[in-house]
Design a protein around this ligand. Structure first.
Ligand SMILES: O=P(O)(O)OC[C@H]1O[C@H](O)[C@H](O)[C@@H](O)[C@@H]1O
Length: 557
C-alpha cells in the first residue's frame, strides 16, 4: 500500500501560492516587457517537442511555488514508484507500467518476481510477425485471399488510442490495407463499417482488456455472424480461425468466444486500458504502419518517459504542464482545458485525451478512501485548427470562462500545397501563431478606437487577452513524435493525479451505468413487472420508446 496521499492544501507551497494569488494579475504585455528573455526562459525541449509556456501563467515565482508543490506532494517519488512497478493503482492493487511497454529489450522491471520487459518483447515480436504476415499477404482468409481490410472491434481504451493513431499516421499506412473501427453498441456503427466489405479479405481484431465488455462482445458476434453468413458455405467451418484474432488480458475468455489462443495477443493488468495503445491493443496500428514505424512510435513514448524520469523539475515539461493545470484548476478556477491540434491528422487526439485525462482524474476520493481536498479533473475538449476558430474560439477569446489551451503544430506539412503563391501550410501556421498571440496580448479599447470603430461597439470588439496557452511544436508528425505527445499527456495526467491524491488508474465510476443498463433489459424488452419497478421518469421514457419504436405500419404489433 503506497503512503497516504499528501493533502496539497496543507503544504507550505500551497500557502505560498495563496500569497502569490493575492496580487496575481496575469499581464503578458507587462511580463514580456519586463522580461525580454521570457520566451527563452519559459520554452523547453522534451525529446523532439519544442514547448513554449511563455504565454502560460508561469512566472518565476509561480514556477518555483509549483515546483515546490510538486516536491511537497512527492510527485517525483510517486513517478519513480510507478516506473519501478510499485502497486500504485491502490483500489485495484495493481502496478502501473504502461512505461514498460516501451522499455528497451534487455532492460529490467520486476513485477511479482518476473521481468515484465521480457514479456513485453515476447508479445511485441509475435505482434510484429503477425503484422508482417498480414502486410505481405502471407496471412490469407478462408478462401485463400490476402487481407485487404482489418476491422478493430473495441471500445474506450481498446478503440480510442488505435483509431486516433491510425488517423494521425495516415502518411505511414500501407496503401493496400485499410483499417476500420467498430466500437459503439449503436448497430449503426457495425452496419456502416461492415457495409461494402468483402468477407473473404476481412480480418477482425477483437480488442478488450477484460473481454467482458458488452459492446465489444456484441459487435464481435455481429461480425462473426456477418462473416459466416457471407462466406461461401464450404469454408465457413474454419473461417473464424483465419478471420478473427483477439487482444486481451483474459485469454481464457478469448478461447470461450471461439478464437484460437494461438491467434490471440495478451497484455497485462498493469496496463490501463486508456494507457494501452503501445501494447498489443495497437495491433491494428502495427499492421497498418508496419513494425518499424510501430517501434518508432514506442521509441517516441520512451524518449518522453526518459525526459519525465530524468529532467530536473524546473525543466521537466510533463511536470511543469501538470502543475500548471493544477494552478489553473485549483488557484484560477478553470473547469476545462482545450487541446487544439493545428493538424487535421490529429482530429481524434482531443477525444483520445478525454478518456486519458477524465477517466484518470475525474475522481472525488483519494487513493486512501478519504475525500479530495481540492477540485480535481477538468474537462478536456478540443477540435483541430483552424476549424475551431470558426466554431468556439469566440468563447475562448471573449467569454467569461478561463480556458487554458494547448496548441499543437508541426513545421512540415504532408501536403505542401501552394495556392496563389501562398504556401498553404504557412497559412495554417499563421493562424497557429496568431491565436496564442491574440489570446495573450488581446486588443485594448484604445486600439479598437484607433481603428475608427463606432464607440458604441468598442466594448464588444475589445479583447482582454491574458488568456493562457501552451504551444507545442515538432518538425513533423511522425510515429515517434506521436508517441512523444501521447506520453507527454500521460505524464501530465499522472502529475495532476498525484497532487490531488486520486488513484488515476481505476475507473469505478463507469460501472453503475453499465449495471443499470443491463438491469433495464427486461423492462425495455416489454416485461411489465420489470417496467413497474422503475422510477417514473425511466418508466415514462421506456413507455415512450415502446409507443414509438417501429412507428411504422407494423404498429399493429
Ligand atoms: O478493453 P475493455 O476491457 O473492453 O474495456 C474498454 C473500456 O471500458 C471500460 O468501461 C472503461 O471505461 C475503459 O477504461 C475501458 O478502456
Amino acid at each position: 500500500m503506497p503512503p497516504s496521499p499528501i493533502d496539497p492544501t496543507s503544504t507550505p507551497a500551497w500557502s505560498r501560492l495563496g500569497e502569490i494569488m493575492q496580487d496575481f494579475t496575469p499581464d503578458f504585455r507587462a511580463w514580456f516587457a519586463e522580461n525580454p528573455g521570457r520566451a527563452e526562459e519559459f520554452s523547453f525541449t522534451a525529446a523532439d517537442l519544442h514547448v513554449d509556456l511563455s504565454k502560460s501563467f508561469l512566472t518565476g515565482e509561480v514556477r518555483d511555488a509549483l515546483v515546490g508543490l510538486a516536491k511537497e506532494t512527492a510527485v517525483e517519488e510517486r513517478r519513480d514508484a510507478m516506473m519501478r512497478g510499485d502497486r500504485i493503482n491502490v483500489t485495484e492493487d495493481r502496478a502501473v507500467l504502461h512505461t514498460a511497454l516501451r522499455a528497451p529489450r534487455g532492460s529490467e522491471i520486476i513485477v511479482d518476481g518476473e521481468n515484465v520487459v521480457d514479456q513485453v518483447h515476447e508479445v511485441l515480436d509475435r505482434v510484429y510477425a503477425f503484422a508482417e504476415k498480414v502486410r505481405s499477404g502471407e496471412w490469407v482468409g478462408a478462401t485463400g485471399r490476402p487481407i485487404e481490410t482489418v476491422v478493430n472491434i473495441g471500445i474506450g481504451g481498446s478503440d480510442l488510442g488505435p483509431v486516433m493513431a491510425y488517423e494521425a499516421l495516415k502518411p505511414y499506412l500501407q496503401e493496400d490495407l485499410e483499417v476500420r473501427f467498430i466500437s459503439n453498441i449503436d448497430p449503426t456503427d457495425a452496419g456502416e463499417k461492415l457495409a461494402g466489405l468483402d468477407p473473404e479479405t476481412t480480418l477482425f481484431i477483437i480488442v478488450s482488456k477484460t473481454f467482458t465488455t458488452m459492446e465489444t462482445l456484441t459487435n464481435a458476434k455481429v461480425a462473426r455472424a456477418w462473416l459466416l453468413d457471407s462466406l461461401p458455405e464450404e469454408v465457413r467451418d474454419d473461417a473464424v480461425a483465419t478471420h478473427f484474432v483477439a487482444v486481451s488480458t483474459a485469454l481464457d475468455k478469448v478461447a470461450e468466444f471461439g478464437i484460437d489462443p494461438e491467434n490471440a495477443f495478451g497484455f497485462w493488468s498493469w496496463v490501463g486500458g486508456r494507457y494501452s495503445v503501445g501494447s498489443a491493443v495497437g495491433t491494428s496500428l502495427a499492421i497498418a504502419i508496419g513494425p518499424d514505424n510501430f517501434a518508432d512510435f514506442l521509441a517516441g513514448h520512451r524518449a518522453m518517459d526518459e525526459h519525465f524520469a530524468k529532467a530536473p523539475a524546473e525543466e521537466n515539461v510533463p511536470l511543469l504542464m501538470g502543475m500548471l493545470n493544477v494552478f489553473y484548476v485549483n488557484l484560477m478556477g478553470a473547469t476545462s482545458h482545450a487541446v487544439l491540434p493545428y493538424s487535421q491528422y490529429l482530429h481524434r487526439f482531443p477525444a483520445y485525451l478525454q478518456q486519458l485525462t477524465m477517466e484518470s482524474n475525474g475522481k472525488s476520493v483519494r487513493w486512501d478512501g478519504s475525500a479530495v481536498t481540492t477540485a480535481t479533473g477538468e474537462v478536456f475538449w478540443g477540435e483541430p485548427g483552424t476549424n475551431g476558430q470558426h466554431a468556439f474560439y469566440q468563447l475562448i477569446h471573449q467569454g467569461t470562462q478561463l480556458i487554458p489551451a494547448d496548441f499543437i503544430a508541426f513545421a512540415n506539412p504532408t501536403y505542401p500545397f501552394e495556392t496563389d503563391g501562398n504556401d498553404q501550410h504557412e497559412l495554417l501556421l499563421g493562424n497557429f501563431f496568431a491565436q496564442t498571440k491574440a489570446l495573450a496580448f488581446g486588443k485594448s479599447a484604445d486600439e479598437v478606437r484607433a481603428e475608427g470603430t463606432d464607440e458604441a461597439i468598442v466594448p464588444a470588439r475589445v479583447f482582454s487577452g491574458n488568456r493562457p496557452t501552451a504551444s507545442i511544436m515538432a518538425p513533423y508528425l511522425s510515429p515517434s513524435v506521436l508517441g512523444q505527445l501521447i506520453a507527454l499527456y500521460e505524464h501530465i495526467t499522472f502529475v495532476q493525479g498525484i497532487v490531488w491524491g486520486v488513484d488515476s488508474f481505476d475507473q469505478w465510476g463507469v460501472e453503475l451505468g453499465k449495471e443499470m443498463a443491463s438491469d433495464l433489459g427486461p423492462a425495455i424488452a416489454g416485461d411489465d413487472e420489470a417496467l413497474g419497478e422503475q422510477d417514473p421518469s425511466t418508466r415514462a421514457l421506456i413507455a415512450y420508446y415502446h409507443r414509438f419504436r417501429d412507428a411504422r405500419p407494423a404498429a399493429e404489433k
